[in-house]
Write a protein that binds this ligand. Structure first.
Ligand code: NIG
Ligand code: FE
Length: 413
């Protein structure tokens, strides 16, 4: 048996096996002078140091020396597998071009699709692993990863195989959750024939992706997949056994949030332009609102209305949206700072959003997202003694030690 003991820890964690909603998001359990025992990757004790059981085998001991200890972060929305880069588009946007006009000219997602189709499986794995390593350094112990830069059956499956290769690595630094995003855009060969691409997805791509991804995701947006096509695809994917996610109301108010509630999605993401009715419906149906402040920042868009979601009693998660286009950043520290400074979220709400609620957004709230007996040993030791300092170090990585499934995977200086 492998055993790890963390001593002298100032532990703070949300509690529970499901998303925390509304006011519950600010409730953290705090245990100063705490200890944690992890046996074979699973937490078997968390509590006061004085109550720690004696080890019955040789245990590794980490002395946190009074530092803040929180659950590992869950980044529940990323596009970390892709070919090529798009720095030219970033410059065009700085000069006033818009994300959608670049996409409509055949750039944007299609440009990454061309590069990803041309890239080998091995090269995609190596590139994705680089991002996984950087995320681990920032305390991420679970990451969701989407396909969506293939947009043909073969390349979508290649991307899912890349994601599953990372997910299956025994010594992997973090848990990887695969999402099938074949409905990311209409590929150029189907330009003007959205219905035909939707048919192809339903008859061929969704059945082919079955078993390779837990979630089905779609870019529900004006001039991409509008509400009717989205509804058809989401229902087909649910019938095929996928759990559902949506990129909803990112660029314009389209009713994506309402659709997410209607189809029983696990999460709706982005939501910069969500309607009041969309917020109400998501809260009512328990759809997690996954907010992505780095994307709003990078696109110079208004931030998603986190406070309105929380006031309505919804569960808010935060994620990075790391991708080569709209948001080429996987920065957890900057996500925390933006959430606190611009979205009006408290530090406690921000931690819940990046841990337990992120876990709920990928269907893993029973397994990770909090420091509790029976959960996976996914834990972060910070460089300071209180979690309250997290947003104060604006954009700076203050993660010292990362423990993933009971193993120390990252030790920053
Ligand atoms: O979440 N909006 C759609 N998808 C991504 C961007 C993908 C890209 O630009 O490559 C997003 O913002
Ligand atoms: Fe995205």
């Amino acid at each position: 048996m492998s055993s790890l003991r963390i001593i002298n820890a100032n532990i703070s964690t949300p509690l529970g096996n499901s998303a925390r909603r509304g006011d519950e998001m600010s409730e953290l359990l705090c245990i100063p002078d705490g200890g944690i025992v992890i046996d074979d990757g699973v937490i078997t004790f968390v509590g006061k140091m004085d109550d720690m059981p004696f080890p019955d085998c040789d245990a590794n001991v980490i002395d946190a020396e009074g530092r803040a200890v929180i659950p590992g972060f869950v980044d529940s929305h990323t596009h970390l597998v892709f070919g090529g880069y798009r720095p030219d588009e970033f410059e065009w946007r700085l000069k006033g071009d818009s994300y959608m006009s670049i996409m409509e000219r055949g750039g944007g997602i299609q440009s990454t699709v061309n590069a990803t189709r041309a890239e080998s499986f091995e090269a995609l794995v190596e590139k994705a692993r680089w991002f996984v390593d950087r995320m681990s350094e920032m305390g991420v112990t679970t990451v969701e990863a989407k396909s969506g830069y293939g947009l043909d059956t073969g390349t979508e499956l290649k991307m899912l195989d890349v994601i599953n290769t990372l997910a299956g690595e025994k010594e992997g630094k973090l848990r990887v959750v695969p999402t099938f995003l074949g409905a990311h855009a209409v590929p150029s060969e189907y330009k003007g024939r959205t219905g035909d691409y939707v048919d192809l997805m339903i008859s061929e791509m969704i059945p082919a992706a079955k078993g390779k991804a837990r979630f089905f995701d779609i870019f529900t947006e004006k001039n991409v997949f509008e509400i009717e096509d989205s509804r058809r695809l989401l229902n087909a994917a649910r019938d095929a056994g996928f759990e559902l996610k949506l990129h909803a109301d990112e660029i314009v108010t389209l009713g994506g949030a309402e659709l997410a509630a209607e189809v029983g999605a696990v999460s709706a993401d982005h939501l910069l332009h969500v309607s009041d009715e969309g917020i109400r419906r998501m809260a009512e149906e328990g759809v997690v609102a996954t907010l992505l402040p780095l994307t709003a920042f990078a696109l110079r868009e208004p931030y998603a209305p986190a406070r309105r979601f929380i006031k309505a009693g919804a569960a808010v998660a935060l994620a990075t949206d790391l991708n080569p286009g709209s948001c080429f950043s996987g920065s957890i520290p900057l996500t925390i700072a933006l959430a606190c400074i611009y979205m009006g979220m408290s530090v406690e709400e921000t931690i819940t959003a990046l841990t337990l609620n992120g876990a709920a957004a990928v269907g893993l709230a029973e397994e990770t997202g909090s420091i509790e007996t029976g959960k996976s040993g996914d834990i972060v030791i910070l460089n300071f003694d209180t979690y309250r300092s997290l947003p104060y170090y604006v954009g700076m990585n203050c993660v010292r030690t990362v423990i993933s499934r009971g193993r120390i995977v990252t030790q920053n200086k």
